[in-house]
Design a protein around this ligand. Structure first.
Ligand SMILES: C[S@@+](CC[C@H](N)C(=O)[O-])C[C@H]1O[C@@H](n2cnc3c(N)ncnc32)[C@H](O)[C@@H]1O
Length: 275
């Protein structure tokens, strides 16, 4: 890498607000509004800093409808590997400003997760009707079935909701475990599994980002209509990969990219689909 290029990178990062932004983005991707709230600075100012970081190639941005997301560049330019390690160390250093940013980052994440949890709490009983409104569910489910191996040992469903996936795949696994954060959803799932006579599946309360399971235990991991609620969809896929046996299969279904902003306001979606 040329001297000029290195200088651009170091100049971009060598300023207090931009260093704080970088330290935040190695924690996880954020919208410009969230960065503005965490730093307590005006949106135009934060946008100016983000522009410098983006132009230097150390931050990636992507638009989804009216939201702009930012994350640490991937793949990172050459000196970034060391810089990211230094930023991670800075996040753990106990520095007062960085520690406060970290607390606000966590609060921002919690607020987002709480909004989604409140949505599912409120809609648990009605969820099966709502999910049918959003997608052509029969076609999706038939496709999911066709992609799955005929018979497996352990089938894990992340964000199991009302237990629909555990039910439609019931004849394809020996043991099914579904995880969900919403206790209301879990209650609905238990009732649905009972009603369908599925006794070889259970649902448990758990955060799909940190599941109490050993690595490499699952034959199939299913994530159906969950990613668009998550702050870190890639981390959810990584957790699924961790759970899978070598040669295991990930069944992933979600919206294609769309512009239906109302799904954010009315249905707690964070992401407008995936390509
Ligand atoms: C849209 S529902 C989908 C449910 C089910 N997969 C289906 O297709 O009907 C999304 C589910 O993900 C759950 N969820 C969201 N974030 C989660 C997390 N971090 N860990 C576990 N479950 C989560 C919600 O509580 C909700 O039940």
């Amino acid at each position: 890498m040329s001297l000029d290029r290195q200088l651009t990178i170091f100049r971009a990062i060598g300023e207090e607000t931009r260093l704080r932004i970088m330290a935040l983005l190695v924690r996880g991707e954020l919208t410009v509004t969230e960065i503005t709230q965490i730093l307590g600075q005006s949106q135009p100012r934060v946008s100016r800093h983000l522009k410098i970081l983006t132009e230097a190639g150390v931050v990636d941005k992507f638009r989804e409808g009216s939201w702009m997301f930012y994350r640490a560049a991937s793949p990172a330019p050459a000196p970034m590997t060391e810089i990211v390690a230094a930023l991670k160390a800075l996040n753990k250093s106990g520095d007062r400003v960085i520690a406060r940013d970290g607390e606000r980052f966590a609060q921002s994440r919690e607020a987002r997760a709480a909004a989604a949890a409140a949505y599912f709490e409120k809609n648990a009983a009605e969820w099966d009707r709502l999910r049918g409104l959003q997608i052509e569910e029969e076609a999706v489910e038939a496709r999911m079935r066709a992609l799955a191996p005929e018979r497996v040992g352990l089938f894990i469903d992340l964000g199991a909701g009302s237990g629909r996936m555990l039910t439609i795949f019931a004849d394809a696994y020996e043991k099914g475990i579904g995880f969900d954060l919403s206790r209301e959803m879990l209650a609905v799932a238990r009732a649905n599994l009972d009603r369908a006579g599925v006794s070889h599946a259970q649902v448990r309360h758990g955060d799909l980002f940190a599941l109490p399971l050993e690595s490499g235990v699952a034959d199939v991991v299913c994530i159906h209509q969950v990613l668009h609620y998550l702050a870190e969809p890639a981390a959810a896929v990584a957790e699924a990969a961790r759970l899978l046996k070598p040669g295991g299969r990930l069944l992933l279904s979600d919206f294609a990219p769309h512009n239906l902003e109302f799904l954010r306001d009315k249905h707690a979606h964070r992401r407008l689909g995936f390509s």
